[in-house]
Design a protein around this ligand. Structure first.
Ligand code: A2P
Length: 276
């Protein structure tokens, strides 16, 4: 078993700080196999979404692993189309069917699209009914979080945002820190088209510790208090990414990574997401 660290949400529920992401893991065998390998390697946290269309494959990977449902922290997300069409409840119930479970550990609104306030009310009720252990949001900017607060809604447990050394998303990260909202980093390695894994600074740091650039980045996330959910469909990388609890980056290395911020997103801007 890995020496996992956990973080505690504002409602007392704990989340393994490290997990497997399955965005862009293909529907079918690829995702089921990745989830099975991850659970066999000691992962206990899987992050999926209705929009990834692979929740059923996540369930299949869990079934094959033989690990009990209660031992696994499952996150899924309400799809933007369902938020806009006021179908959040239906979307949630479809996720339960897909995942073959009767509760979700963390349920997020995937993007701040129109009607997200109403969807947040829906998931708050599901939380009160104990069908969800913690609720949160994804890709919310500071003004979206302020809007939820202004409306008197429950403070989200988590905000899952694009965050990696080349885009450190500092304004949102700092605001969440002030409000006790846990930040989850998506595309934590910078995504497949980004060249962070070849970055000379990250590779030089890795050499010092006998670790890869990917492991250095994952460790950096852990040390700045992020939940980190790297995606891989290769068994050797799935294992490698989890071997990050046996070293600690020195302050000078943390500072060198902090200096890599370009403040440029690799992916979609939440302010414009879904607009045509
Ligand atoms: P693959 O699934 O083929 O391993 P992110 O999570 O930041 O979006 O980036 C994940 C990308 O990096 C995926 O394309 C994944 O591809 C690749 N990846 C994941 N772990 C590693 C690793 N340890 N070394 C190299 N590439 C990795």
């Amino acid at each position: 078993m890995l020496n996992y660290t956990t973080l505690t949400f504002n409602n007392g529920v704990t989340i393994p700080q490290f997990g497997l992401g399955v965005f862009r893991s293909e529907v079918g065998e690829e995702t089921a196999q990745a989830v099975q390998w991850a659970l066999e390697a000691g992962y206990r946290h899987i992050d999926t979404a209705m929009a990834y269309r692979n929740e059923q494959d996540v369930a299949e990977g869990i079934r094959r692993s033989g690990v009990a449902r209660e031992e696994i922290f499952i996150t899924t997300k309400c799809a933007t189309g369902d938020i806009e069409k006021r179908q959040a409840l239906d979307c949630f119930n479809r996720s339960l069917d897909n995942l073959k479970t009767d509760y979700v550990d963390l349920y997020l609104l995937h993007w701040p699209v129109p009607n997200y306030e109403e969807a947040y009310e829906v998931i708050t009720r599901l939380y009160e009914e104990k069908k969800i252990r913690a609720i949160g949001v994804s890709n919310f900017q500071v003004h979206h979080l302020q809007n939820l607060e202004r409306l008197g809604y429950l403070t989200p447990a988590a905000n899952q945002i694009e965050l990696h050394p080349a885009f450190q998303n500092r304004e949102v990260k700092e605001y969440c820190g002030e409000k006790g909202i846990i930040v989850e980093a998506w595309s934590p390695l910078g995504g497949k088209d980004f060249l962070l894994l070849d970055h000379p600074v990250l590779n030089a740091i890795g050499k010092k510790y006998g670790k890869s650039a990917a492991q250095v980045i994952i460790r950096w996330h852990l040390q700045i208090g992020n939940v980190v959910i790297p995606k891989s469909v290769h068994q050797n990388r799935i294992i490698q990414n989890s071997e990050v609890f046996d070293f600690e980056l020195a302050d000078e290395d943390m500072a060198a990574i902090r200096a890599l911020d370009t403040n440029k997103r690799a992916y979609w801007d939440p302010e414009r997401f879904g607009t045509r």
